[in-house]
Write a new protein. Structure first.
Length: 674
């Protein structure tokens, strides 16, 4: 083992005992993690990334087995030979981990102080007073404001970013030499993600530790990693330094993943998708695992498993395309994308379909024995928007800014406090819920998590046709069956899906079921609430292509809610930026993304990790990356002024009006007022 390497994995294979036999989920992987460096492991869900991390820490389920011949060397000691008592001294101490979902990893009945002190006392012999001082120091190190007061709070009282900071503090309690970060920013908004990534970088420099970063986000890998490992179907297929990886990706799987990443440069092109499915791993595989999905597969790919090809010291790949002994026709592979046009009608040709005027949704805060109204949470506070027929309006902003509340208000799923929702000439806000039911057919929603939005006891056929059966006066079984088959075909699901249950489908397939359910009643407007946030980049590309196809075929109008700027830049025609219940900037997508005017918009764009080199990202301001204030007690004047680098005295006194900078861009900021 090289003395510069903290961790060295050799021939690691891990599997599960199932009814179908032994499923080898991780097969014969080798890699090292040098001192003070970050190694990123990239791949789709189910490729074995998290299982590899759990194998390192020996956190495996009862049905999981590590295959004989595997080795995990930690500072020249094979962890697989240690008893559980020996692993406990290393796990959480020398080896720390940040789990993917902090809410399920933190105990909801204990304060964060109690949980943090427990982690400290587990690895450092100290008194309760000393552990209390150490806990405050750790919270201060991870950027907690007033850390002494935060110790008495419970997990549910913290934002997603704050909970993730607690997880980082607990991981640091044992002063680890290696920190395993398993999807540390999943489901976080742009600014919170930026804070967590910046925090990890600063902690790494301060503690001189190594990081094993598990992610499916190429932008995060570009920002943090020194070296990248790509996994597919339990195998490592490519290993490269970060510079070589993005300049010249080698494996066809890596190239297709990169092609599937949305962005403004791909707006008029279909995103690449990976055809087929991953091979079942219950049988011994003696050929290339990616052959069935590879556009360059040759006869040799089906006959022999590829070996490692070392191109230089910084890059190696497991693919026959680079094998000197088995040359195939195509030796040079270029990253490209489909040139099929996705151009839709222009704003000048489109007519307005839905107009939202001064919409307000306020929730009363009740206190005292009589539960009297003391104040209001102004979740949506005077929003004005227009949706054009056949086009996509995206709403972006941090978690808690009111995006989803706005969508639910438009659908009348929440009570409206004021304002209007005009569909053609009808103000939907003034209708009773009984009369509004007639318009639900024209307004449908695709929820962020389709699994929680489905009744798990209903078959897919009943889920998709539920809206049709509710709205129609008399059932027609023949028409229902014909509609069901048509919808399944349109969203790319097999016909036998109709008789299956939601739990039998992958995340991408469940999202397709949600889209089919929304389309069943032939709506004119679809409200898409983070429909791709929990999906891998390849599945995300399939859903985005499907949404674009449906918009062209059905002339659909989308209100697309997201905090993923890459997705928005690919899909949206117009963008509205929302902050604490109000729109602060609105305009044409290309104009707004290339020339953001409001300091908050600039904050969002500067926080987005990208696969482009940092020097290509130009944001002209430095902004205070603090947490979003509460909508229950927003700052006086411009709500953004506590975080704004250009704050003036006027900003603290009055909220700015919306100023039209040009025909395609408006901004609410005192900087642009005459």
């Amino acid at each position: 083992m090289d003395e510069n390497n903290l961790l060295e994995i050799k021939s690691l294979s891990v599997g599960f005992l199932t009814h179908s036999g032994f499923l080898e989920a991780v097969h014969d992987i080798h890699f090292t993690i040098p001192q003070g460096k970050t190694v990123a492991v990239i791949g789709e869900s189910g490729c074995g990334k998290s299982l590899t991390a759990h194998a390192i820490l020996q956190l495996l389920s009862a049905t999981c087995r590590i295959v004989r011949g595997s080795h995990i060397y930690w500072k020249e000691q094979d962890l697989l030979t240690l008893p559980e008592l020996g692993m406990r001294k290393i796990r959480g101490g020398e080896l720390g981990i940040i789990f993917q979902e902090p809410m399920t990893s933190l105990n909801p009945v204990y304060t964060i102080g109690e949980q943090l002190k427990e982690a400290i006392q587990q690895h450092k012999p100290c008194s309760r007073k000393q552990s209390h001082i150490e806990a405050i120091a750790l919270l201060n190190a991870v950027g907690f404001p007033e850390p002494a007061l935060q110790l008495i709070r419970y997990p549910h009282e913290l934002s997603g970013g704050m909970k993730q900071r607690v997880m980082i503090a607990m991981a640091l309690a044992g002063e680890p030499d290696l920190l395993i970060a398993d999807e540390p920013t999943t489901a976080l908004d742009m600014t919170t993600q930026a804070q967590v990534l910046t925090l990890l970088q600063s902690i790494q420099r301060a503690f001189k530790m190594s990081i094993l970063l598990i992610t499916h986000d190429f932008g995060i890998a570009q920002q943090l990693a020194d070296h990248v490992i790509v996994m597919y179907a339990g195998q490592i297929v490519e290993s490269s330094s970060i510079d070589h990886f993005f300049e010249k990706p080698l494996h066809p799987y890596t190239q297709q993943l990169l092609n599937a990443v949305p962005g403004i440069e791909k707006r008029h092109h279909r995103l690449a998708v990976i055809p087929g499915v991953v091979l079942p791993l219950t049988e011994k595989i003696t050929h290339c695992r990616f052959a069935a999905r590879c556009p360059h597969a040759d006869k040799i790919c089906w006959e022999k498993e590829p070996q490692w090809n070392l191109l230089d010291q910084n890059q190696r790949v497991k693919c026959h395309l680079y094998d000197k002994h088995y040359p195939v026709k195509k030796k040079v592979i270029e990253v490209s994308f489909n040139s099929a046009s996705l151009i839709t009608k222009s704003a000048a040709d489109a007519k307005s379909l839905l107009t939202i005027s001064n919409l307000k949704i306020h929730f009363p805060v009740r206190q005292g024995l009589l539960k009297r109204k003391r104040s209001f949470v102004k979740a949506v506070d005077g929003v004005n928007l227009t949706l054009y027929e056949g086009r996509t309006l995206a709403i972006v902003g941090e978690s808690g800014c009111g995006k989803t509340t706005l969508a639910k208000g438009i659908l009348r799923l929440l009570p409206i406090s004021g304002g209007g929702i005009h569909l053609n000439d009808q103000d939907l806000a003034q209708l009773s819920l009984r009369r509004f039911r007639h318009y639900r057919q024209q307004l449908q929603i695709i929820f962020q998590d389709p699994y929680s939005a489905f009744n798990p006891r209903l078959r897919v056929s009943d889920i998709i046709l539920e809206g049709v059966r509710t709205l129609q006066k008399k059932r027609n079984l023949f028409q229902e069956e014909s509609l069901l088959q048509s919808l399944l075909e349109q969203v790319g699901l097999p016909q036998d899906s109709a008789d299956r249950y939601p739990h039998e489908f992958s995340g991408g397939q469940r999202q397709r079921i949600g889209i089919a359910r929304a389309l069943a009643v032939s709506p004119r407007i679809l409200l898409c609430d983070e429909p791709t946030s929990a999906l891998d980049v390849s599945i995300q590309a399939q859903i985005l292509n499907l949404l674009v196809d449906l918009q062209k075929e059905r002339n659909l109008t989308y209100l697309f809610i997201s905090h993923n700027i890459s997705v928005v830049s690919y899909l949206a025609h117009e963008i509205a930026v929302m902050y604490l219940g109000r729109i602060v900037e609105y305009g044409d997508a290309k104009t707004l993304l290339e020339s953001p005017k409001h300091p908050y918009t600039q904050l969002l764009l500067s926080a987005v990790p990208t696969i482009k080199k940092p020097k290509e990202i130009v944001i002209p301001v430095k902004i205070n990356h603090t947490d979003l204030p509460s909508a229950a007690n927003p700052p006086q004047g411009c709500h953004f002024h506590p975080r704004c680098p250009f704050v003036m005295e006027r900003c603290k006194q009055e909220y700015p009006g919306m100023v039209a900078l040009n025909p395609s861009q408006k901004v609410a900021c005192h900087l642009y007022e005459n």
